[in-house]
Design a protein around this ligand. Structure first.
Ligand code: ADP
Ligand code: MG
Length: 462
């Protein structure tokens, strides 16, 4: 039988019945467009997908989907594609947050927040900003890009500082009343680090926190060097401005060169994986916010699969919730989480090369278990690790030996890992960082297959 394309099927479906065509034929021939318009009412109206919520976050009154509001609450509760902006949805991290606040408030330090992608750096910065605003700090948040340069970034920073906080102007000055900012005091032409420090030195009556997120994206070493110099300049003169830098990196110096000389003024904070308890509280927050409950088994499956990565936890909860709503289920069960793993895997596939996908798949079994355990132990350091890191990850001699062999073999073949030698020894690195999350989910799915008991997921920790 002849196969028709989907487009042809669709055209046939909307073609008007033959009787209408005959009625038309009895009339005087109409222009083609007119004829089409006249036939439209007889055609099956095509149900185009609609937005379920209005832009004001109300359920669309024309929509017949009663679950629209639940979906919308679910999407606000679990936001895998964006950082937490509502502090009420921020789970755990109290230790990390209080260390940050203490360093900023008591020690007037700058901070560099680093760690793997999706670990929660931006979310942490947002919540820190919220806490600081409550204490009447001024916050300027900037997301850096590949082409960020010092001049543009600094101008954007001081455009966020009203002139009423300038010690030479004050709130009653005409300029302040006009709404001028510190940026209006800058002369045209590139701003030097020295001039930038001087200008920030004029802040009075408040404190400024400059947040430079996604710092690793900047490709300009000049920009990074200038920021490092600015930090030093500000610390030397106890200016009322502090800088918080965020970015993907395994350590401080990978993120910002030239920083060792000013290290004592800088808090280097590696965001760790979440504890299982923190992931549970993350799910709990979402349950309370969305009204969608997760069964105990569902919670445990998310905890196991996420391995402390909030991005994965968020992705799984979001999709599992949607699957439950679609199925008209009152709560999310392990079954929905398993279905969410499939969706999440598809989504992650879009972010890694076909090569990494295939290489991950062939590692199924013990090699994958070892690699997942290794990457869990490495956390932020997956971008680069050494023999010593492997040692630390595997206290049991037998596992250590197997893992070393595996890493060596994979790096030799260039499968998922690469190897570089420098004067200090051998460094390994995952070719694609996103492959780590993919690998983790692939392994968690294998453990959660229906013919296995959920308890087997404990094997990840063994
Ligand atoms: N403490 C947290 N509580 C709740 N969700 C979090 C938390 N940290 C991160 N997330 C979620 O994890 C995902 C990644 O977080 P993000 O802050 O963007 O990470 P990063 O900046 O390190 O890449 C986001 O979906 C965010 O909503
Ligand atoms: Mg981020």
């Amino acid at each position: 039988m002849e196969r028709r394309s989907a487009t042809v099927d669709w055209l046939i479906k909307i073609r008007p019945p033959a009787t209408n065509a005959r009625a038309d034929d009895n009339q005087a021939p109409a222009p083609r467009l007119k004829r089409l318009a006249a036939r439209t009412p007889a055609a099956e109206p095509q149900a185009l997908p609609r937005f379920l919520m209005t832009a004001a976050d109300q359920a669309d009154p024309q929509s017949s989907d009663e679950s629209a509001e639940t979906r919308s609450r679910l999407s606000a509760a679990y936001t895998p594609s964006r950082p937490v902006s509502d502090w009420r949805m921020f789970a755990g991290r109290t230790g990390v947050l209080s260390t940050l606040i203490r360093s900023i408030e008591h020690h007037r330090m700058h901070a560099v927040i680093f760690g793997e992608r999706g670990i929660g750096k931006t979310s942490l910065m947002h919540v820190l900003a919220h806490a600081a605003r409550e204490a009447r700090y001024l916050i300027v948040y900037i997301s850096c890009g590949a082409s960020s340069n010092f001049d543009d970034v600094f101008r954007a920073v001081v455009a966020g500082v009203p002139l009423l906080f300038h010690r030479d102007f004050g709130p009653a000055s005409a300029e302040a009343e006009r709404g001028d900012t510190f940026a209006d005091l800058l002369a045209p032409g590139p701003v030097s680090v020295h001039a930038a420090g001087d200008l920030l030195g004029r802040i009075s009556g408040t404190r400024l926190i400059v947040m430079l997120d996604e710092f690793d994206r900047s490709e300009s070493s000049e920009f990074k060097r200038n920021i490092a110099e600015l930090l030093k300049n500000l610390s030397d003169r106890s200016v009322r401005a502090q800088v918080v830098i965020g970015g993907v990196a395994a350590n401080l110096t990978e993120l910002i060169e030239h920083i060792p000389s000013i290290q004592r003024n800088v808090l280097a904070l590696q965001v760790p994986r979440m504890t299982d308890e923190e992931v549970r509280s993350f799910i709990g927050n979402g349950e309370a916010f969305s009204g969608i409950r997760f069964s105990e088994a569902a919670v445990e499956l998310v905890v196991t699969a996420a391995g402390g990565m909030p991005y994965l936890a968020s992705l799984l909860c979001h999709h599992a919730g949607l699957v439950a709503i679609d199925g008209g289920k009152p709560a999310v069960a392990a079954e929905e989480v398993a279905a969410a793993m499939e969706v999440a895997l598809q989504e992650l596939k879009g972010r890694i090369s076909r090569r990494s996908q295939l290489e991950s798949a062939i590692l199924m079994g013990r090699p994958m278990r070892l690699l997942v355990r290794l990457s869990d132990a490495l956390g932020a350091s997956t971008s680069s690790f050494t023999e010593d890191d492997i040692h630390a990850a595997f206290p049991r001699a037998q596992d250590l030996m197997r893992c070393r062999e595996l890493v060596e073999g994979l790096a030799e073949e260039g499968i998922l890992l690469t190897r570089e030698e420098d004067e200090w020894g051998t460094n390994y690195r995952f070719v694609e960082h996103s492959a780590v999350a993919y690998l983790r989910l692939l392994y968690a799915r294998a453990l959660a297959l229906p013919n296995r008991r959920l308890a087997q997921s404990k094997a990840l920790e063994d």
